[in-house]
Write a protein that binds this ligand. Structure first.
Ligand code: TGC
Ligand code: FAD
Length: 416
């Protein structure tokens, strides 16, 4: 609604201080930012967001439906280098060519990338928040210097192998083993559903050792390592997903990440990737909301735009509520991460809420578009099917419910 049509403000009580009335004019209502959340951003935040938004609009949006239909991400290496050039890889990390951005800025980048496609945000999440974060936080100086600059530039792609065929939600039971042979380590096992696996130059692999779970930095040209790609996915089709096969992979003593001992190592990396998803999911939701709003204003049935029907308006209003509440939540968590107060349970809160709401928004948008909702000519079904993966990876809905349940009650329900 133009500002000139906005209803008059309620009369101020006569006792209201003069400054209340003089607090500036109300901006026009913006259907794309109904709460004025843009005001929470600094000029630098907006610049980061706009750079990533432009890149995604130019380099992903025109092609992504084709990639999705083909079930391939043919330009992945080129895209990785471009993402490196705009500072999107390992964005909140410092040194080694990383951008040293704030958590909020990283979140905004995830939102813009996932507004294009969850597969692109996945590429960035796994590279930056999982593989690079593990090296940055737990690696030796030599490991950081060897890998991080080329990963920040997108010249080397990384992957993160935690999940196994028989151990997904419960990684504590993993069977991949690392044993000592002289001073070397020898790794045997299999990892499953690994994003970036078959295009990675380096894999961070988690394995059982006599001292508990440890992380290993595995150059993917090491004999005994292979990463067959997983096909026939109906979700995350514009993303590379692979198995990792470790068959007597011999590594030098210094391949272990010295700073990580126990399951807390990989789980703390997950906090960062899950945080990115809290924002990213709202990008997919925003794209679907915008598609539905545009369609509702154009499409006519019974002689009028479907956006004029109350039932369509109720859908749009509810979608807008959850979309912008989700962005507000993401921003709040980002500020906590920036000040160092963000707890893992709060990340679970955000991941659980925002992915669940995003999928609901996409499904509702699908109904607004009628039959066109299932067409790849619109982004809606692609986002909705992508979000089925996002709902599962980085901890399923049930895992995050149980994390919150445990925090609320003090009772651990994971094992019955
Ligand atoms: P539990 O006994 O609770 O904890 C073991 C140790 O870990 C510590 N810990 C954490 N530390 C940091 N952050 C967290 N979020 C942590 N959660 C637990 C904990 O304090 C303990 O430390 P210590 O020192 O006492 O040993 O572990 P549990 O076996 O009961 O499991 C807990 C549970 C179920 C929450 C955890 O296993 C879990 O999160 N499961 C879900 C697995 C998962 O999310 N996998 C994701 C794989 S990576 C991926 O999906 C990438 S997709 C990315 C993309 O493409 O975008
Ligand atoms: P399971 O753990 O077998 O769970 C099956 C169902 O049982 C779920 O609904 C689950 O919530 C439920 N369940 C399990 N335990 C309980 C319980 N105690 N109480 C109630 N319900 C329970 N992993 C990586 O390590 N690296 C990656 O890069 C990566 N990328 C991925 C990319 C894609 C496209 C996908 C789909 C997955 C990826 N994953 C990756 C794996 C992902 O993290 C796992 O799929 C996820 O953790 C769930 O594990 P699972 O699929 O084995 O399901």
């Amino acid at each position: 609604m133009p500002a000139s049509e906005a209803p008059e403000p309620e009369a101020q009580p006569s006792s209201a201080p003069a400054s209340t009335a003089a607090r500036g004019s109300r901006p026009a209502f913006d259907p794309y930012d109904p709460l004025g959340l843009d005001d929470l951003l600094s000029a630098e935040d907006r610049a980061v967001r706009d750079t990533v938004r432009r890149w995604a609009r130019d380099r992903v949006l025109p092609y992504v439906a084709e990639w999705y239909e083909a079930g391939r991400l043919p330009a992945i290496r080129e895209l990785a280098r471009e993402l490196g050039a705009i500072g999107a890889l390992g964005m909140p990390l410092t040194g080694y060519g990383c951008a040293g951005a704030s958590a909020v800025q990283y979140g905004l980048a995830c939102l813009e990338l996932e507004a294009a496609d969850s597969g692109i945000r996945s590429l960035v999440s796994v590279q930056g928040s999982l593989a690079m974060y593990a090296l940055h936080r737990y690696g030796s100086q030599e490991q950081r210097e060897q890998w991080l600059p080329s990963m920040a530039a997108g010249e080397v792609i990384g992957c993160f192998g935690l999940t196994e065929p028989d151990h997904g939600s419960d990684p504590a039971g993993m069977r991949t083993r690392a044993r000592r042979d002289g001073s070397d380590w020898v790794l045997d096992g299999r990892k499953m559903w690994i994003t970036n696996g078959s295009v990675a130059g380096v894999a961070v692999v988690w394995a059982q050792t006599p001292d508990g779970v440890r992380g290993f930095v595995v150059p993917t040209d090491t004999p005994g390592f292979s990463a067959p790609e997983i096909h026939h996915k109906w979700s995350l089709r514009a993303s590379v997903t692979s198995e990792l096969v470790l068959d007597g992979v011999r590594l030098p003593a210094d391949a272990v990440l010295p700073g990580a001992a126990g399951l807390g190592g990989p789980l703390s990396c997950l906090n960062h990737a899950r945080y990115g998803i809290v924002w990213g999911a709202m990008g997919a939701a925003r794209s679907c909301f915008e598609a539905a709003l545009g369609y509702a204003k154009e499409r006519e049935q019974f002689g009028r735009p479907i956006g004029g029907f109350q039932l369509t308006q109720a859908k749009l209003a509810d979608m807008a509520l959850e979309l912008h509440k989700g962005i507000l939540l993401a921003h709040h968590l980002g500020r906590r991460m920036d000040e160092g107060t963000l707890r893992p349970e709060q990340v679970s809160f955000g991941k659980l809420n925002n992915v669940r709401e995003a999928i609901d928004i996409c499904r509702t948008a699908r109904t607004v578009l009628g039959a066109n909702g299932i067409s790849l000519e619109y982004p809606v079904m692609r986002h909705a099917t992508n979000l089925e993966s996002v709902l599962t990876y980085e901890g399923t809905v049930e895992m995050h419910q149980l994390v919150l349940g445990k925090a609320l009650t003090g009772l651990d329900a994971f094992r019955g």
